[in-house]
Design a protein around this ligand. Structure first.
Ligand SMILES: [Zn+2]
Length: 245
């Protein structure tokens, strides 16, 4: 994994503007893994993709995250820090197997774990149970009733639930829950943490900050964007401070 450079960060931000969240995660990873083919990155399971995003975040900006949330009870705005080390699910350290098998009532099903591609092609209006069911059916690679092949569309809902649960157990990194408590009203709640959207928001903030620096230095000294971006952050900041004297 290669840490994001200043130019790489801007490139990812620019490409990601018009992309959907899963494509953004892939664009990010492609910047960190330039030697991997786009097909390889697109084929990673969600847990593998998130684990790789955590690594890229750690190598590019370190292992501490500064996060925000609004209390659902009193609407107070909370700021807190999280450690990537705590968020990474320890179970994901063992590379998950790409496929699995479940059997029930004479039907035996082989499936693969969903990748970001599978999520991308879901209609945007579905709720969580519908998404899980759609994914489970989509990822069935073989379904046999008493040894004879049947269509994934014919699988009973209980079996679909079982496949979803087995997928979640096998790819635990795919869902990360954080426990939060409000210092104002003592309300406790849990929320999903998604490294892909978190990292993207950070990149958007940093990209705008960088472009503001380029703007200020180019106006003041007439330097080219490429030359300003090639400077270390310390040198850029020092020039900016000198100009404010
Ligand atoms: Zn509260």
């Amino acid at each position: 994994m290669r840490p994001l450079s200043t130019a790489g960060l801007l490139h990812v931000w620019e490409r990601g503007q018009a992309q959907r969240p899963f494509d953004r995660a892939e664009t990010l990873l492609a910047a960190g893994l330039p030697d991997q083919s786009p097909e390889t990155v697109a084929g990673l399971s969600i847990g593998q993709l998130d684990a790789a995003l955590f690594t890229l975040r750690e190598q590019s900006m370190g292992g501490w995250l500064r996060a925000y949330a609004a209390c659902p009870a009193c609407k107070a705005e909370l700021t807190f820090t999280l450690r990537t080390q705590d968020l990474r699910n320890s179970a994901a350290a063992d590379a998950p197997a790409g496929t699995g098998r479940v059997s029930r009532d004479g039907i035996s099903v082989t499936y693969r774990l969903p990748s970001s591609r599978d999520f991308e092609e879901l209609p945007p209006t579905l709720d969580v149970p519908a998404i899980r069911a759609r994914l489970a059916r989509r990822c069935v690679t073989e379904a046999l009733r008493d040894g004879r092949p049947i269509d994934a569309g014919e699988l009973p809902p209980e079996l679909i639930d079982e496949i979803s649960e087995a997928m979640a157990r096998q790819d635990p990194q795919a869902e990360i829950l954080i426990n939060l408590s409000c210092p104002e009203c003592d309300h406790h709640w849990s929320d999903f943490f998604d490294i892909g959207s978190f990292f993207w928001m950070e990149i958007a903030v940093m990209a705008k900050r960088l472009l503001a620096d380029v703007d200020a230095l180019a106006r003041r000294y007439g330097w080219r964007e490429a030359d300003i971006l090639a400077m270390t952050p310390w040198r850029r900041h020092t020039y900016l401070q000198l100009g404010e004297r």
